[in-house]
Design a protein around this ligand. Structure first.
Ligand code: ZN
Length: 189
């Protein structure tokens, strides 16, 4: 069922699709923050696609973790449930990119910056792909009620997080820099 670390280069389509469907079920009543209320599942799908297509990632555990990365933070899903269905490595990867919701928003944001350099190489790539997709969303499908100043602050914070994640995947490093810079340029026009 679940790919072990040694086999993770081998593509496991059934595992990946099972993770995609699991995430779709968990997020099924949720939408993104944009005014068009894009279905939430578009986001994890885009993060997984960004890792595979833009980052050249073939580690299926990492692609599964990308599909599942917001299930614990934003839906009724436990780490134990992920470990049971998808293995301990996938669950651990999701744990690495899950904020502690008992903390204030400010603390969570500060911790993301502080903790980024200490993450595993796989989690660093996942963080970067997540920020690429969020930065694009902020500009192209703006969250309801966000003014340019709030968008600019988000992009600057995201940049501080990804700086701590650089050096693992050169393609993602280049892409995130471009997406954030393009966003900042657009806001200053
Ligand atoms: Zn995300």
């Amino acid at each position: 069922m679940v790919s072990k670390i040694g086999e993770s280069m081998e593509l496991k389509f059934d595992d990946l699709l099972t993770a995609a469907f699991f995430a779709a079920q968990k997020h099924r009543v949720q939408t993104r923050k944009d005014t068009q209320q894009t279905p939430y599942i578009n986001h994890p799908l885009e993060v997984a696609k960004t890792l595979a297509v833009d980052g050249g990632v073939t580690d299926v555990d990492l692609l599964m973790a990308a599909m599942l990365h917001d299930t614990v933070e934003d839906t009724e899903t436990s780490m134990e449930e992920l470990a049971e269905h998808f293995g301990t490595r996938v669950a651990a990867l999701v744990a690495e990119v899950t904020d502690d919701k008992s903390l204030t928003k400010g603390e969570r944001k500060r911790l993301q910056v502080d903790q980024a350099p200490k993450k595993s190489d796989a989690a660093k790539q996942l963080k970067i792909a997540d920020k690429i997709c969020n930065a694009r969303d902020i500009i192209q499908r703006s969250p309801a009620g966000w003014n340019n100043e709030r968008k600019r602050r988000y992009l600057e914070w995201a940049n501080n997080v990804v700086v701590g994640c650089q050096g693992v995947n050169a393609k993602l490093d280049v892409l995130v820099k471009k997406v954030i810079q393009d966003g900042l340029n657009e806001l200053s026009e």
